[in-house]
Design a protein around this ligand. Structure first.
Ligand SMILES: Cc1cc2nc3c(=O)[nH]c(=O)nc-3n(C[C@H](O)[C@H](O)[C@H](O)COP(=O)(O)OP(=O)(O)OC[C@H]3O[C@@H](n4cnc5c(N)ncnc54)[C@H](O)[C@@H]3O)c2cc1C
Length: 455
């Protein structure tokens, strides 16, 4: 392989130097793009790859509901980028992207400006509260390991409070949980938290089970809207069987320290609103001077690049890529982001090697959602199954997708230990204050110091 041939902007002459490929965001899209480039470039000096992320690790989001429920921990779902950066032609910069200058081909983080010849933007999404500041201020979200751990700590602290709370109304408030959003994330987290409470917390906390209330709320008329109806119905029946209240055609309209409001009038007294009801493209993408979809996704062509800046690719949850066969955009899912990362990297390699680019195509093979308690719903190439077999398949599918052998080994060992021992229910102490557990409103036993948990 030869060095990339690039036009020097100052002189207008062709120069030969390694092309600078910058990948923004090391989530599913960005990480797979970077790993593909690293593999393709092995042993060549054609290009230098720089990965930029505000965190220094990759997060395996499908396991975050289990982190929130305490069955898995940080080490199972994270992968440090520095492990990749040990290889040649690859470097990592920790920084938060703030701005793009597409004309000067530079990206700005809070600390530095990074020049590029080719850019892959994979900055993911952010929770959408549909412009409701009250919900934004009081909801707990599940889009990072820290947030998942904050939910876990929050639930355990609620139980610590509940056992010393003498007022039954206050106690019920502490023991009521609302999860908003009945897509895969909402369903998985409500099922996992129910499992945590029924199998672990009730064993160790002297709490009356009849005082516990767990609600799953959706403005849609069914759970798992992207699933085949038959499987979604099975899932819904299973949740109801476990005692979870499934409230459909219901919208969360307000939230405060003390309650969550449904449809503008019904108030549920609770200190816990977990928000899995909407995702929007990363707000920093608004800085890209290009056309956006109605949802704010960056519109790219079938090769995943910006029509006016062919050296810039946008992929993953932040991109709006039309599936021409279905006539609608691809959904915001990990397998889509992974395939887009691989395709964008492949197209940059094609360009560097003088080959034609290939359009992005993706065919879904099915979908899976875990329901905790050793149960999952699976649709594999139209074959639908659930229960134990579904759970086994769910585990294998995710295990196979984990990035490193270290993650796979530690997950396997932990699952084996979890089958024998109870999960860890120790939690951070009061210094990690949480919006829901406010020292002034709940119990005099709570200290007043603390900083709010970011989410
Ligand atoms: C709790 C949860 C569970 C999920 N479960 C599933 C599932 O089971 N199956 C499935 O298919 N999909 C699932 N998803 C969706 C899936 O995670 C996304 O579709 C996928 O991660 C999108 O990949 P991405 O590369 O676009 O973004 P992400 O994977 O979100 O990566 C974005 C990266 O950009 C970084 N970043 C963000 N902003 C900046 C900035 N300003 N500067 C620098 N870096 C920045 C982030 O740190 C992150 O590393 C789940 C999502 C969540 C939140």
């Amino acid at each position: 392989m030869r060095r990339g041939e690039l036009v020097d902007k100052g002189t207008g002459r062709m120069t030969r130097r390694p092309a600078r490929i910058v990948v923004l965001g090391g989530g599913f899209g960005g990480l797979y793009a970077a790993m593909t480039l690293q593999r393709e470039l092995a042993g060549s000096d054609m290009a230098q790859v720089t990965l930029v992320d505000r965190r220094n690790y990759f997060t395996f989001t499908p396991f975050l509901p289990e982190v929130a429920a305490g069955t898995l921990g940080r080490a199972h779902v994270t992968y440090p980028f520095r492990f990749l950066a040990q290889k040649e032609q690859f470097c990592f910069i920790q920084g938060a992207v703030q701005d793009f200058d597409l004309v000067k081909r530079t990206v700005r983080t809070e600390t530095t400006a990074i020049p590029y010849d080719y850019l892959i933007v994979s900055l993911g999404g952010a929770p959408s509260f549909f412009g409701n500041p009250h919900i934004a201020a009081h909801a707990l979200t599940l889009n990072s390991v820290d947030n998942a751990l904050a939910i876990r700590n929050h639930i355990i602290r609620l139980f610590e409070h509940a056992v010393v709370e003498t007022d039954p109304i206050r106690r019920r408030q502490l023991l009521t949980l609302v999860v908003a959003g009945a897509g895969p994330c909402g369903v998985e987290v409500v099922a996992e938290l129910d499992h945590l409470i029924r199998t672990a917390l009730l064993k160790y906390y002297p709490v009356d089970p009849s005082e516990i209330r767990i609600l799953l709320v959706s403005k849609g008329d069914r759970i798992l809207p992207h699933f085949v109806g038959e499987l979604a119905e099975t899932g819904q029946k299973e949740l109801i069987k476990r005692g979870i209240e499934v409230r459909l055609n219901t919208q969360v309209t307000w939230a405060s320290e003390e309650y969550v409001e449904f449809d503008g009038y019904e108030r549920i007294s609770t200190r816990t609103l977990i928000w899995a009801a909407g995702v929007t493209p990363n707000p920093v993408l608004a800085q890209l001077p290009t056309s956006k979809s109605q949802q704010g996704g960056v519109v790219v062509d079938e090769f995943l690049k910006l029509p006016d800046f062919p050296e810039v690719y946008v992929i993953g949850d932040g991109a709006s890529v039309l599936d021409r066969r279905q006539g609608q955009p691809y959904p915001a899912l990990a397998p889509v982001a992974i395939r887009q990362g691989i395709r964008a990297a492949g197209n940059i390699m094609n360009t560097l090697q003088g080959r034609a680019m290939e359009p992005f195509r993706f065919d879904f093979t099915g979908n899976i959602v875990g329901l905790g308690c050793g149960m999952a719903l699976v649709n594999l190439l139209g074959i639908k199954f659930h229960g134990r077999l579904g759970w086994w398949f769910y585990r294998m599918a995710h295990l196979q997708r984990l990035v490193s052998f270290r993650n796979k080994a530690s997950l396997t060992l932990t699952l084996a230990l979890n089958a024998i021992f109870d999960r860890d229910i120790s939690c951070e102490t009061w210094f990690e204050d949480n919006r829901r557990i406010n020292s002034e409103t709940v119990s005099p036993a709570l200290p007043r110091s603390g900083s709010p948990v970011a989410s």
